[in-house]
Design a protein around this ligand. Structure first.
Ligand code: SAH
Length: 198
């Protein structure tokens, strides 16, 4: 079995949000995408400390731990943190999950950032808060965005003295999360960026 598939199988054991809060744009990253991202990062970057902004139920932190990074998940929703801790235990890793608003986060040393930020559909610019924090605390950033974000990200990078080194495009299955979702599954186009400080 491929490394990716076996990681995916572990990640399929993780539980999602119990009562997802729309205003926080809580969507769990699908296991296949989380596995892909963690494996790409493990091939490109040295093992280091990772901060997962808006860690939710832990999908990205746990994926990155499973490939050998040390992770801290930062999350504003205490219910999500409880689930994330159970999830980590379930697959035998031990990331640190802290209750904190991304806006308020301070770090001593710059590190790698990974995130699937709110796309800013429910609250305008929610994604920008995450990106600005990532540019502040990160040297390398892996970030998931809705399709068509390239110009926006490019401009921000320019301003913050970062560059886009990789861009991957995927169609991901989005599970029915909110009542207004009509179908059980929908495929949505996303883009994953790797950015690094110039
Ligand atoms: N990283 C998870 C969850 C992505 S959904 C995964 O990939 O599965 C985005 C997450 O960001 C949600 O859990 C939401 O509660 C959290 N969030 C939204 N605004 C936040 C803020 N200001 N500070 C910290 N977390 C926030």
């Amino acid at each position: 079995m491929s490394v990716k598939r076996s990681l995916e199988i572990e990640l399929e054991k993780l539980e999602g949000f119990r009562n997802p809060k729309l205003w926080l744009e809580q969507y769990m990253t699908p296991p296949s995408l989380a596995a892909e991202l963690a494996i790409n990062a493990s091939l490109i970057d040295n093992k280091c400390n990772v901060i997962d902004l808006g860690s939710g139920t832990g999908m990205l932190s746990i994926a990155f731990e499973l490939v050998g990074f040390r992770c801290i998940g930062v999350e504003i929703d205490p219910n999500a943190i409880s689930i994330a801790r159970l999830n980590a235990k379930r697959v035998g890793v031990n990331p640190n999950f802290v209750l904190c608003d991304v806006k308020m986060l301070n770090v001593k040393r710059k590190c790698m950032v990974v995130m699937n930020p709110p796309f800013g559909i429910q609250r305008r610019h929610a994604d920008r808060i995450f990106l600005n924090k990532a540019f502040e605390v990160g040297n390398v950033i892996y970030s998931i965005h809705s399709a068509g974000s390239e110009e926006f990200i490019e401009k921000l990078c320019e301003k913050k003295d970062f560059k886009i080194t990789h861009l991957w495009k995927y169609l991901i299955p989005l599970k029915r999360t909110y009542k207004f979702h009509e179908k059980e599954f929908k495929r949505i186009a996303v883009e994953v960026y790797r950015m690094e400080r110039r």
